[in-house]
Design a protein around this ligand. Structure first.
Ligand SMILES: [Zn+2]
Length: 262
């Protein structure tokens, strides 16, 4: 499913790609804009707002990616999907401090955008719970400000592997063994994700229910990968230990033949 993507261009040497379903999102946004407010203008504004929102998603992902690069982690691609963005790291750092900084950098980009836009366009009426945007360019900027604030906060939910879940894992890993820290972060994430899936289904917010299902699956997959890696490392440690403990064969003995000529 993730294979169906369209490469756009490179930013800071990172390939930016959009999932094929993104085209459907743009069509949907265009149609909605056409229906609720003034045909072509409504359609154009609606598509521009979706694009502007995803530019903020890319900036969030660049926050993670450029910080990761400082730790020598390659980031070949940033993939945008209708449910959000994903920076593809070559590996996840194991030092809690590195994971913390790489993770927090994403939401910090969103909060920085809020702090830049705030003095320029002000906060929307009814902020923060019932924002009401004026029908003007300023209203659109206020919407973007609000979305960035929400994006930053939303990603800090401790539902592993969302940013908040990774920060939780990094905090736990500074006290517990890495695998145990991951297990706890995944467990807490699973309970919260399951609750959020049901809540969003109940509230007929299907997009968020799909998002949390995706997060639940991704959390489990990442735990399994960490577990496998730990088991492989334990195996090689054990092999190394046995090799050290076992007395080396005396030199005059014939060497062991491991593979017979058959
Ligand atoms: Zn993030």
């Amino acid at each position: 499913m993730l294979g169906w993507s369209i490469n756009l261009f490179k930013v800071f040497g990172i390939q930016l790609a959009v999932h094929a379903s993104f085209v459907l999102l743009l069509l949907y946004a265009g149609l909605e804009g056409w229906q609720d407010g003034g045909e072509w203008t409504g359609m154009l504004v609606s598509v521009i707002m979706v694009v502007a929102f995803f530019i903020c998603v890319v900036l969030h992902e660049l926050g993670h990616s450029l910080t990761a690069r400082r730790y020598g982690i390659r980031v070949p691609r940033i993939l945008l999907m209708p449910i959000g963005g994903m920076a593809e790291f070559e590996r996840i750092p194991r030092q809690p401090s590195a994971e913390f900084l790489i993770t927090i950098a994403g939401p910090l980009v969103n909060f920085a955008i809020v702090l830049i836009l705030w003095p320029l366009v002000g906060l929307p009426q009814g902020f923060p719970f019932h924002p009401d945007y004026e029908d003007s360019i300023r209203g659109l900027w206020q919407m973007l400000l609000y979305w960035n604030g929400m994006m930053g906060l939303f990603n800090l939910l401790p539902v592993f592997p969302m940013d908040g879940g990774r920060i939780l894992r990094a905090a736990l890993a500074s006290r517990l063994p890495y695998l145990q820290a991951t297990w706890w972060a995944v467990m807490i994430g699973r309970v919260l994700a399951a609750g959020l899936i049901f809540l969003n289904l109940y509230r007929e917010n299907y997009m968020l229910a799909v998002l949390f299902t995706f997060i639940l699956i991704a959390g489990n997959a990442e735990y399994q990968a960490a577990l496998r890696r730990e088991q492989e490392e334990a195996y090689w440690r054990e092999m190394a230990r046995q090799a050290v403990v076992a007395p080396p064969p005396p030199l005059d003995e014939p060497p062991l033949i491991l593979h017979g000529p058959n």
